[in-house]
Design a protein around this ligand. Structure first.
Ligand code: ARG
Length: 459
């Protein structure tokens, strides 16, 4: 491929380190589609005859078929670009040698990657939507379950289980929205940039981009061949999804412990212990937590690769594909498992309700006083005194008599009894975004509508 000026062959050690075929063969389709489109551009400017172009396109179709059927034999090939061209030459003969004119593997590789990533983005987007849909359905089904909401992992206020679940769904909705930005960066065609200086044959890049399904084309050939920002953006995006998955996983791991017992992870998403027969371990979620955090490691790794690289293409960049495929595979693998886990998780409603305690209504007691025109700071203080009084007497706040309450504040009246009701408490939060039933149903409606209108996945 580049042997003309060399006297001796590459050392076997370098050959081994340099070869990327076993990783980048995953882009064989994109490489072929890119070459077919490029051949058509060459034909337009008469660097290929109609016949040669047809031969090349047909030959490449056969190469694709061989890959599709697992028949492609990898020989002494460095990467997918050289492998496909070598095989094309074997099939159609010398016309194959005309294909690479004006093109370099530098603009070819990043074009292939962008074509691959665009498809991957569409697939992940679908997967995320499936996941959000599963969460929305669970939220609808379990709308009446109340349980403790936590801050600092301390019981804070009663909420609907669905409100908690949707708090995670909204994270993934926002991830899905952000993915559009990654797609935008990926949708810019680098082909026609050559090794670094551009294309000297008046290739019609506009038509080439259109034929390959890109939105636009790179405006600077030097930038184009060295640019991997779209990979960074994808890795960063995937890291954030990973982080969101770890947080959901962590909640469920805690909730599934015997101490909490709010949920039971289905058998098919739990594992046992080889030693302790009673064990039921949430491995599905622990894997999501561990692997989800790991994606950021890949993002950092690639940032280090890019940092201080000289302009344009350098071989350091070759590691980009492994990271891109790795992040995609990890994310899809985790999502599959987490989707199944959330879909099948069993809620222990009575444990959820039992975990609610009257001290969690101390804020409501303050709000009760506010509704009687007591300024909030004063109301907060009085409610705090009620908490202390109950603690001193080792009783629940609701067991304090009206006289005892009145001794703390004259604003207490018999209607204070209404405060000691978890359902009433939750139903106060009617305003947009709160945990009242209507508000949670509103969220479900919003997500349903979004899922229904965003069904068309951009390719
Ligand atoms: N296999 C290479 C990569 O993945 C393709 C580009 C090679 N370019 C070069 N000038 N050696 O980055």
């Amino acid at each position: 491929m580049w042997g003309g000026r060399f006297k001796s062959a590459t050392s076997p050690e370098l050959k081994e380190l340099n070869a990327s075929i076993h990783i980048d063969k995953r882009m064989y389709k994109e490489d072929i589609v890119g070459s077919q489109a490029y051949a058509k551009s060459l034909e337009q400017i008469h660097l290929l005859t109609k016949v040669e172009c047809a031969e090349i396109c047909k030959g490449l179709e056969q190469v694709k078929l061989e890959w599709d059927n697992g028949k492609f034999v990898i020989k002494d090939d460095e990467d997918i670009h050289s492998a496909n061209e070598r095989r094309l030459k074997e099939i159609i003969g010398n016309a194959a040698h005309k294909l690479h004119v004006g093109r370099s593997r530098n603009d070819q590789v990043t074009t292939d990657m962008k074509l691959w990533l665009k498809k991957a983005i569409a697939e992940i987007e679908n997967k995320l939507k499936t996941f959000i849909n599963v969460m929305v359905n669970r939220a609808r089904l379990d709308i009446d379950v109340l349980f403790p909401g936590y801050t600092h992992l301390q019981r804070a206020q009663p909420v609907r289980w669905s409100h908690w679940l949707l708090s995670h769904a909204w994270n993934f909705k926002s991830d899905t929205d952000k993915l559009q930005q990654v797609l935008k960066s990926t949708n810019v065609m680098p082909l026609g940039s050559g090794a670094l200086a551009g294309n000297p044959f008046e290739i019609d890049r506009f038509t080439l981009a259109k034929n390959l399904g890109f939105d636009s084309m790179t405006p600077n050939s030097m930038q184009a061949v060295g640019d991997r920002d779209y990979i960074v953006e994808f890795l960063f995006w995937a890291s954030l999804v990973g982080v969101h998955l770890t947080r959901l996983a962590e909640d469920l791991i805690i909730y599934s412990s015997k101490e909490f017992g709010f949920v039971k992870i289905h058998d098919s998403f739990s594992t046992g212990s080889s030693l302790m027969p009673q064990k039921r371990n949430p491995d599905s979620l622990e894997l999501a937590r561990g692997l989800g955090s790991g994606i950021f490691g890949q993002c950092c790794s690639f940032m280090m690769t890019l940092s201080s690289l000289p302009s344009t293409y350098n071989k350091d960049l070759q590691s980009d594909k492994e990271l891109m495929f790795g992040a995609y595979d990890k994310l899809m693998g985790i999502l599959e498992v987490v989707i199944g886990t959330v879909e099948s998780v069993q809620i222990n409603e009575s444990r959820c309700v039992e975990a609610l305690t009257f001290d969690m209504l101390a804020t409501d007691l303050a709000y009760y006083l506010v509704r009687k025109s007591v300024p909030f700071r004063e109301a907060h203080h009085i409610a705090g005194q009620v908490v202390a009084a109950a603690e001193n007497r080792s009783v629940e706040m609701c067991d304090l008599t009206l006289e005892e309450l009145k001794a703390i504040s004259i604003h207490f009246d018999s209607d204070v009894a209404r405060v000691w009701n978890y359902e009433n408490s939750v139903e106060q939060y009617q305003s947009f975004g709160g945990t009242a039933k209507n508000s949670v149903l509103g969220q479900i409606h919003l997500l349903d509508a979004w899922l229904a209108t965003s069904n068309e996945i951009p390719q």
